[in-house]
Design a protein around this ligand. Structure first.
Ligand code: SF4
Length: 87
């Protein structure tokens, strides 16, 4: 694995991941990505559809067991389902 790919997946010493610099959600309303229980996830998912680092984001969320919010276009419930299907 080359250094560039490693930095994308493993992050640097400060815990910053290179893909986060390309995160489209950073340019939008962060609250849309952490809706209240029962709130709409549609707007966040729409942003994710156009995000160039969606795969890296989803991989990160699955690897770090992120519990809350929309990551890589999937809700917590959808990520749990994906994990179960992958086992
Ligand atoms: S896939 Fe969605 S949550 Fe992940 S970085 Fe892109 S816009 Fe943000």
């Amino acid at each position: 694995m080359n250094d560039e790919l490693l930095s994308l997946l493993d992050g640097d010493d400060t815990g910053f991941f290179a893909w986060q610099a390309e995160a489209l959600c950073a340019q939008t309303d962060p609250e849309a990505f952490f809706p209240e229980k029962g709130g709409s996830t549609r707007e966040a998912k729409r942003v994710c559809q156009n995000c160039t680092v969606r795969a890296e984001c989803l991989e990160y969320a699955l690897a770090h067991d992120e519990r809350f919010g929309i990551w890589g276009g999937l809700s917590e419930r959808e990520r749990r389902k994906l994990k179960r299907a992958a086992v």
